[in-house]
Design a protein around this ligand. Structure first.
Ligand code: SF4
Ligand code: SF4
Length: 381
């Protein structure tokens, strides 16, 4: 059986020139850019644009990595566009604040439509057989995915497989959280989406990763590595190895293998380029436990409140901006204002909360953290 190849290239800086050289080296290790695109093809570049802020906060793919991928794809003769459907707000504003729009303008990469889309069926899907995909994705010949290595409350790691979630436009993303509140079902949907969109190449920005309260409010952590592969499951598994996380705790790993998207077994992965040992960060702050799942339907509501980690608000940090209330996907809201008073921090109603952690993911102040319950701690040590 052919092994999946993951290339690792050291890069300790976001200096544009050095990142360009590192990206070219990484893609060459996989056989060169001509393996992935042909002259004249329309390629959409999909960085992670969760929330547009200063790139030093490490929330989005760094502009230097985006720039290097753009230059390489242009050299190969591709016509480029780019985009993402961020967690909050529209693509253009977020790309502007994240420093990505300036690079797109510099390289003449047009912004694709990630705000609207069309329904597409996916007969081979494991679970979700119909998606609405962004017009920008549908109108391209192929996609190059630029994930950022970050922690994530629901999926542990936001990496190569999860990066395609932004191919679903706007508010439609939150409906998946309601429809698939079980983290493994949600992860299977992400795998289905990736087998539908089929990115040709993944370049993961792990130069400065994010640990702790990711994917929006964690701490930047230098890892000094760029990762390259055409197998997103293997790429995520290698990223796991770097941050000393069992890939089995990342819920996209198993369905990713089942769907034939790739492999998370180290025996089936060949790492080329730099030796992985020089990047391993055993003290990387990530939850080293599988997501909690409650299979007993009749007991689900009760057990969820007793066992599943719950979001909490640090009122000293909260600015009462209301983003958590806005993004909470359940109706009625599980996090809402006290009696409509928008001057005080919102409060949770845990019996309504499906533990999607969208509030934690998108709080701009890092005021929402995920806390284990006492019983959860005892049961899942
Ligand atoms: S998103 Fe964060 S800062 Fe804004 S209201 Fe919610 S907890 Fe407070
Ligand atoms: S309160 Fe937070 S974790 Fe609970 S359903 Fe709403 S967004 Fe999801």
């Amino acid at each position: 059986m052919l092994k999946s190849i993951v290339a690792l290239v050291r890069c300790d800086t976001y200096d544009s020139q050095q990142v360009c050289e590192a990206v070219e080296t990484g893609v060459d290790l996989l056989g060169g850019i001509s393996r992935f695109v042909k002259p004249g093809e329309k390629i959409v570049i999909k960085p992670n644009v969760l929330f547009g802020v200063n790139p030093q906060r490490c929330v989005s793919t760094h502009p230097s990595v985006f720039r290097a991928a753009g230059i390489l794809l242009k050299k190969a003769g591709a016509t480029l566009c780019c985009g993402d459907s961020p967690g909050f707000g529209r693509c253009e504003g977020n790309m502007k604040r994240g420093g990505l729009k300036a690079v797109a303008d510099e390289l003449g990469i047009e912004l694709a439509d990630f705000d609207k889309g069309k329904a597409v069926s996916h007969k081979e899907a494991l679970l979700n057989k119909r998606f609405v995909l962004a017009n920008g994705v549908l109108e391209s010949d192929g996609l190059v995915s630029l994930p950022k290595l970050k922690t994530h409350g629901l999926t542990r790691l936001t990496g190569a497989v999860k990066n395609q979630f932004g191919c679903v436009p706007g508010i439609l993303k939150s409906q998946f959280h309601v429809k698939m509140a079980d983290p493994y079902e949600f992860a299977t949907m992400l795998v289905d989406l990736t087998t539908l969109v089929k990115p040709r190449l993944y370049i993961m920005d792990g130069i400065m990763a994010m640990e702790g309260n990711g994917p929006r409010s964690g701490k930047p952590r230098k890892l000094g590595v760029l990762l390259f592969s055409s197998d997103p499951v293997a790429l995520d598994a290698v990223a796991c190895k770097i941050i000393d996380l069992d890939p089995a705790f990342v819920p996209t790993s198993e369905p990713g293998e089942r769907a034939g998207l790739g492999t998370c077994r180290y025996d089936n992965i060949e790492i080329v380029g730099e030796a992985i040992e020089s990047f391993i960060a055993r003290d990387f702050d990530v939850v080293r436990k599988p997501p909690v799942v409650i299979r007993h339907r009749s007991m689900r509501a009760f057990l969820k409140n007793q066992i599943c980690p719950r979001p909490t608000i640090d009122e000293a940090i909260c600015t009462s901006c209301g983003i958590c209330v806005e993004v909470c996907p359940v109706k009625p809201k599980a996090v809402d204002w006290h009696d409509g008073d928008e001057s005080r921090p919102p409060a949770f109603k845990y019996d309504r909360c499906i533990r999607c952690y969208c509030c934690q993911e998108l709080c701009p102040e890092g005021a929402v953290t995920i806390r284990e319950t006492l019983l959860g701690k005892l049961l899942f040590r």
